[in-house]
Design a protein around this ligand. Structure first.
Ligand code: AHR
Length: 325
């Protein structure tokens, strides 16, 4: 009896985690559930850590509905074990395709092999994994994060006017965008020994994390010229800390961020951020197109790179009125 209750409880817990038949899909999207020709997609999202993530989730849910795809959506709250549980639940539910944005790069081979053995194709979206076995997924749709870091580094090199101390607010430890944005930035500033990263710590891609780490940097670092934040939210948290310390963000301390979500672009247009590299969260439409193809067994490119730009303060003012996210 006790065993039965425990089993029932774990199914409910798994359903809550994997949002069985909910999100924009399930019975709610009018496409029916797994019966008939409807494609059922299990999507394991990273979490709701940033404005970028909110826009990404909205895009996936809206585009699934528009494409007639029955979406089962789960939020892993930035924990790899939650994403793995959600993927296992999608395998049990025999969805037609699994898509996910891996919270960190490593540790996916076992669960992806389980999906492969169950003949369920997997699409990586937004973030990549670090695995030698590329047969574990059909395609990877998302940004070139190293290139984003390079764009930030190019701006730094072009705008440094002498010895420059940079503090870096890193994204989630072990996540592809944190690793790659650091790499691209360092690659570019290597040509200018005067530009130094004097402190670097994770703010977990959240506003509160960025604020907390920046408060500590302001106490421990005698001279900070520039903040390089791996996303807008951490940069916005840093702005709060800089103001609280009696300094002027964008002037006393320059700020470079990545994403270009509305809140970030507003701060850029107001002069509190100096440069933003764009990272496009609107991946839903391309994801649904790729999903339809992989379910039919059609060939898809191994890598689909998102096109994106970068904004200075004047460009942000011009772009803001039409910004979708
Ligand atoms: O993986 C994309 C990154 O994740 C975004 O830049 C960041 O805001 C989000 O949390």
């Amino acid at each position: 009896m006790l065993k039965k209750i425990t089993t029932a409880a774990s199914v409910i817990a798994l359903c809550a985690l994997a949002a069985c038949g909910s999100g924009s899909g399930g019975a709610g999207n009018g496409t029916g559930s797994s019966g008939g020709d409807a494609i059922t997609m299990g999507f394991a999202q990273v979490g709701a850590e940033s404005g970028w993530r909110t826009a990404n989730t909205k895009s996936i849910q809206e585009e699934a509905k528009a494409a007639g795809i029955d979406l089962k959506f789960s939020d892993a709250q930035q924990k790899q074990e939650n994403q793995i549980k959600a993927i296992r639940s999608y395998i049990q539910q025999k969805v037609k395709v699994i898509a996910f944005s891996p919270v960190v790069e490593t540790g996916w081979d076992t669960v992806l092999l389980e999906a492969k053995r169950a003949n369920i194709p997997v699409i990586l979206t937004d973030r990549a994994i670090d695995s030698d076995d590329t047969s574990l997924y059909k395609t990877f749709l998302g940004s070139d994060f190293v290139e984003e870091g390079r764009k930030a580094g190019d701006w730094m090199v072009a705008n440094a006017t002498g010895p420059t101390n940079v503090v870096e607010l890193q994204g989630t430890t072990g996540a592809a965008p944190a690793i790659d944005r650091k790499k691209g930035f360092e690659e570019k500033i290597a040509s200018k020994p005067d530009i130094k990263i004097v402190a670097s710590q994770t703010g977990d891609f959240t506003r509160s994390g960025g604020k907390q780490v920046m408060e500590a940097f302001l106490k421990s670092q005698p001279k900070i010229d520039v903040v390089y934040a791996h996303n807008d939210d951490m940069g916005l948290g840093a702005i709060e800390a800089i103001k609280a310390a009696g300094k002027v963000p964008g002037k006393d301390i320059k700020i470079i961020t990545v994403d270009a979500v509305k809140d970030g672009m507003t701060a850029l247009a107001n002069g509190e951020i100096n440069y933003i590299v764009e990272c496009n969260p609107l991946l839903g439409k391309q994801l649904m197109e790729l999903a339809k193809k992989v379910v039919k067994g059609e060939n898809v490119p191994a890598r689909v790179v998102t096109e994106e730009g970068a904004f200075n303060q004047e460009q942000a003012k011009a772009a803001l009125p039409n910004r979708q996210y």
